[in-house]
Design a protein around this ligand. Structure first.
Ligand code: GDP
Ligand code: MG
Length: 603
């Protein structure tokens, strides 16, 4: 590799600020999209990513850049760029930090019409913490509402990057792309690290391939790796022999070796993605490094939910689907769970709410399953009266107060960015969610609020409420910081006088009554009317705290529905049989999916 000049970089931005579009424009201008179908946003691979406009899996790409005549001295020099795309959501924050660790620099994009947002700040600090060179890019300058100078000024104020360093660009028109390419050459340092040193390579992503097993996406920091080398994973000490390796273009290109400074993939007959965790370091058994790349954390689910097939016959199909998904997702966990109300299902663990939604959607879409999902819950740490410490993430199993000495729950540090005029309302919302303020910073006419909030408080409709009270202008980001004691209780829900374990929620004592009220009211709305009235109740330790009623059909309605028109009823039944009804029979009552998520509904 003597003489080859590399630049490894990533693009970071708040969601929707145009990262994928700009990446595509860069790919296109360097001819990487060639004969590939030029559909938009090549780097976003999953169908779901495209629909939701977010990036879940990072896909790196290797590009060749030849400096143009216009640069004068240095014209004609060739560079290899490795562009590493990062996931664009707070659920995947750790993966973002690992992708950044594979780079020497970043393009920090800010939408010229939006300015700095919560994820802009959080991502910028991740890049600063990794010691990366930051190239500020004000994007979407073609928009009529663009204020490029204002956005550059905000970057200077908030992140401390001089406004005059900013490049004005548009992923839509291609403006600023040549300047960006030159800035990558001139401002981002070349990778250091010697190819003669012991191998040290960082895994920044991994995917499962049916033929080759797990593919490791690596950044080689030091040393060299080739086929037939035995590699060792630091976190678990396991050994594998390298079958094939190579680079991305963006498809897989098979190569002879990967050396210090390079970004590529390795196939080593690894069957279990658990053995190939993001952030882990690999080395060579015949020439090992002593120190792994610092900061490895195994992926840990923090949000849990029960998933049950609406049709009990689908249990095996669900298990197989979960196993298939798990092949490609080390951060997702599942174990069998039984609910008295819902029967056999699985307790599933996710990195956050979005991750949970994505998994559920994929199960329904790709595996054609109809599911009931229970309300999301966090992990509670319980100190029992006998001194034993246990963790539980299933509200149904949350013990009564008298059996516990102490309950602790996870807290997050949250950053919210919003226009000044909404500060009062947002502070009130955070207060309601048991948040406490850490700091408040002014950024022009906008404000950044930093709060500490119990994680569980943002699982229920927080984001929707934040958006609605700020008319869509507030953005947020968060990270889990620690566990703190709280007065938490389990609220049980009864339908038709029977306790429904899968509907239990854990909530702070001060909110138990209002939440119980909200749940039973919502449930009484969404449960279809029966021929008789059905009571829905919320209770703490057997004591009823709220009650509502699903009213009975009126006679005339009944007649219409169940009277003469048999064929219509049959049709209806058939439709439900085909699925998509997402109902579960509990006793004599049909309970729809919305009822299980009543706690999430916005008041
Ligand atoms: P990402 O979430 O950061 O990857 O953002 P995307 O690249 O998916 O873009 C978000 C939205 O902004 C899409 O609707 C794009 O078409 C639009 N967009 C992206 N770049 C530009 C730009 O330079 N100008 C304009 N006018 N729209 C853009
Ligand atoms: Mg994107």
């Amino acid at each position: 590799l003597q003489g080859v000049k590399f630049r490894n970089f990533s693009i970071i931005a708040h969601v929707d600020h145009g990262k994928s579009t700009l990446a595509d424009r860069i790919l296109e201008s360097l001819g990487a999209m060639g004969e590939r179908d030029k559909r938009d946003q090549t780097l976003d691979t999953l169908e779901l990513e495209r629909e939701r406009g977010i990036t879940i899996k990072s896909t790196p790409v290797r590009l060749k850049y030849t400096r143009p005549e216009s640069v004068g001295e240095g014209a004609g020099e060739e560079y290899i760029f490795n562009l590493i795309d990062t996931p664009g959501h707070v659920d995947f924050g750790y993966e973002v930090s690992r992708s950044l660790a594979a780079c020497e620099g970043v393009l920090l994009l800010v939408d010229a019409s939006q300015g700095v947002e919560a994820q802009t700040i959080v991502n910028a600090y991740l890049a600063i913490d990794s010691g990366l060179e930051i190239i500020p890019v004000v994007n979407k300058i073609d928009l009529p509402a663009a204020d490029p100078e204002g956005a550059a000024q905000e970057m200077e104020e908030v992140v401390g990057i001089p406004a005059e360093d900013a490049i004005f660009a548009s992923g839509k028109t291609g403006a600023g792309i040549p300047e960006i390419l030159e800035a990558i050459v001139q401002r981002i340092p070349a990778p250091s690290g010697s190819a003669d040193a012991p191998l040290k390579a960082l895994i920044f992503d991994s995917v499962y391939d049916a033929y080759q097993g797990v593919l490791l996406f690596v950044r080689v920091l030091e040393g060299k790796v080739s086929p037939k080398d035995r590699i060792n994973l630091f976190s678990n000490g396991k050994n594998f022999e390298v079958d094939r390796l190579g680079t991305f273009s963006p498809g897989l290109i098979v190569g002879q070796s990967l050396e210090a400074g390079e970004v590529g993939w390795i196939a080593a007959g690894i069957r279990d993605i658990q053995d190939a965790q993001v952030g882990d370091t690999i080395t060579r058994t015949d020439f090992p490094t002593t120190e792994p790349f610092p900061g490895f954390k195994p992926a840990q689910p923090v949000v849990f939910s029960g998933l049950y097939p609406t049709d009990t016959e689908d249990y095996r199909k669900l298990r197989e689907a979960l196993e298939r998904l798990k092949l490609n997702d080390a951060a997702f966990s599942f174990e069998p769970e039984t609910s008295e109300a819902l029967g056999f299902g699985f307790r599933c663990g996710f990195l956050g709410l979005l991750h949970a939604e994505i998994v559920q959607e994929r199960l329904e879409r790709e595996f054609d399953l109809d599911l009931i999902a229970t309300a999301p819950a966090v992990i509670y740490r319980l100190t029992m009266t006998d001194g034993e410490i246990i963790e539980t993430q299933n509200p149904a199993q949350f013990p009564t107060r008298d059996r516990m000495e102490k309950v602790e729950e996870p807290y997050i540090k949250m950053s919210v960015m919003l226009p000044e005029e909404h500060v009062g309302a947002v502070m009130q919302l955070l207060q309601e969610r048991r948040g406490s303020m850490v700091t408040m910073n002014y950024v022009g006419k906008r404000v950044e609020l930093i709060y500490q909030v119990p994680f569980a408080e943002i699982l229920y409709d927080f984001h929707d409420r934040l958006k609605s009270i700020s008319r869509g202008y507030a953005s947020m980001d968060y990270e889990i910081i620690d566990y703190r004691e709280g007065d938490l209780r389990k609220v049980d829900i009864y339908v038709n006088n029977e306790i429904v374990d899968a509907l239990a929620v854990v909530v702070h004592e001060d909110k138990a009554y209002s939440l119980g009220r909200k749940i039973v009211d919502k449930m009484s709305e969404v449960i279809p009317r029966q021929m008789w009235a059905v009571p829905v109740q919320a209770a703490i330790g057997g004591k009823i705290i709220a009650r509502a009623t699903v009213k009975a059909y009126r006679k005339d309605v009944l007649a219409k529905c169940y009277g003469g028109d048999i064929s219509r009823k049959k049709k209806l039944l058939n439709k439900q049989k085909k699925g998509k009804a997402r109902m579960k029979q509990i006793g004599t009552v049909e309970v729809p999916q919305e009822a299980f998520l009543a706690v999430l509904s916005t008041e």
